[in-house]
Design a protein around this ligand. Structure first.
Ligand SMILES: N[C@@H](CCC(=O)N[C@@H](CS)C(=O)NCC(=O)O)C(=O)O
Length: 257
């Protein structure tokens, strides 16, 4: 079996797929072409079905979308399971996955991009790890990469302006409320069924851009000072601490070479 994960190192949706692959111990190669080249590559890999990363190619079959990737991995390598065996618990875990995919993922990303716009190192620092090695130290290449990232994130996700920042912050708070409700409903450690599942993996991964756990995505974002204030305002909340704790306890070897 051959497996190649087409991914973005800093991305939280890619983190979902990396975490599942690592947890199940599936040998794979990681390919990380710099954005926005990933869009035509995703379209090419999936024959037009999807334009986002991650895409997992398993024995020549391309699977786009992090949730579909986890479903395929669950079939390929059922142990350790990410889907609860109990039907009702599985339904709940999958509902939590799709809720956080839709209600948190895009907004956690927009919040970081919104705050990066006015931060000192800004998009140049953010984009430089994605530049090809030989030009990474060139000031001109860094600032061109930063400008491209700033333009792309605005055209694609409209992250500029106070309203966009407000919307992103309020969605992150909404997701934190939901996470804390789920934790009260469960055993306080795991969201469903008293053991680690796709629900925990998804909620923790998608909060990573805000919480920035040290075990998180392969490349960390330099946190903009204005985001720091927002993070500080929620850092003592049980949901925030749960994300840190879940990464510490359950993520394991995230930053493999
Ligand atoms: N629903 C998708 C979302 C993935 C996603 O939004 N990926 C971003 C990177 S974080 C992307 O490739 N976006 C390209 C675009 O939308 O232009 C998943 O779960 O995989």
């Amino acid at each position: 079996m051959t497996a190649t994960l087409w991914q973005i190192p800093v991305s939280h949706f890619s983190e979902k797929a990396r975490w599942a692959l690592d947890l199940k111990g599936i040998e794979h190669e990681r390919r990380s072409p710099p954005p926005p080249s990933h869009i035509p590559i995703a379209l090419w890999l999936t024959r037009g079905a999807g334009h986002t990363f991650p895409v997992l190619v398993l024995d020549g079959r391309a699977i786009g979308d992090s949730s579909a990737i986890i479903a395929a991995l669950e079939e390929l390598a059922p142990e350790p399971p990410l889907y609860p065996s109990d039907r009702e618990e599985r339904r709940r875990a999958l509902e939590i996955e799709s809720w956080f995919d839709a209600e948190l993922g895009p907004y956690a990303r927009s919040l970081v991009f919104h705050e990066l716009r006015d931060s000192p190192g800004g998009f140049a620092d953010f984009a430089s790890p994605m530049l090809p090695g030989p030009v990474r130290k060139s000031r001109a290449a860094r600032s061109a990469g930063g400008l491209m990232a700033k333009t792309y994130t605005q055209v694609r996700w409209r992250v500029a302006g106070a309203e966009a920042g407000e919307r992103a912050r309020s969605q992150v708070l909404l997701a934190l409320d939901r996470l804390e409700r789920e934790l009260e409903h469960g055993d306080g450690t795991y969201l469903v069924g008293g053991r680690f599942s796709v629900a925990d993996l998804t909620a923790a991964s998608l909060f990573a851009p805000v919480v920035q756990p040290p075990e998180g995505p392969e490349v960390a974002v330099e946190v903009p000072p204005s985001l720091e204030a927002f993070r500080a305002s929620i850092a003592e909340r049980p949901g925030y601490r749960w994300v840190e704790e879940t990464f510490r306890r359950d993520r394991g070897d995230a930053r493999r070479p």
